[in-house]
Design a protein around this ligand. Structure first.
Ligand SMILES: [Zn+2]
Length: 147
């Protein structure tokens, strides 16, 4: 993910949360706890909870606002756009993608994960949970522009 998106997401996460003193269990909107004077503060989001840093807030914003990439469908579309649609086998004309998937599912999966890391490297998709789900960067940008 490019740094600009990351920075904007962090800003948004800060905007949507309040500094919180865990020791005193209270909000500290001025960034210094009114009770103990600490500036070592966590973040609090109403109806969500609290935690350190902004990663968890970013994840929750993205997950509630955007639909994850349907990786199988997106990879299939990408393959279809690069190769002939049909293959001839004997007297039959068959759908190339279906043939590839059925004949060699392992190769298909390897190609899919290579495609995923390539897309991620090019900043087309990104993940906030180490690859359990992916989001389109253009949708992220749209979300950030709307904020
Ligand atoms: Zn405090």
């Amino acid at each position: 993910m490019n740094n600009e998106i990351q920075e904007k997401l962090e800003k948004l996460a800060l905007k949507k949360s309040i500094p919180f003193c865990i020791g005193c269990y209270r909000e500290a909107p001025t960034k210094i706890c009114p009770s103990c004077g600490s500036d070592d503060l966590a973040r609090f989001v109403r109806a969500e909870g609290m935690g350190w840093g902004t990663d968890w807030i970013i994840r929750s914003i993205v997950e509630s606002e955007l639909t994850p990439v349907n990786v199988d469908a997106a990879f299939e579309n990408s393959v279809r756009s690069c190769y002939e649609e049909n293959v001839s086998v004997l007297w039959m004309t068959l759908d190339a993608v279906t043939v590839a998937k059925e004949m060699d599912p392992i190769s298909w999966d390897i190609a899919k994960s290579e495609w995923l890391s390539q897309e991620e490297g090019e900043g087309i998709i990104t993940t906030f949970d180490n690859g359990a789900s992916y989001f389109w960067c253009h949708e992220l940008e749209k979300l950030l522009d709307a904020e």
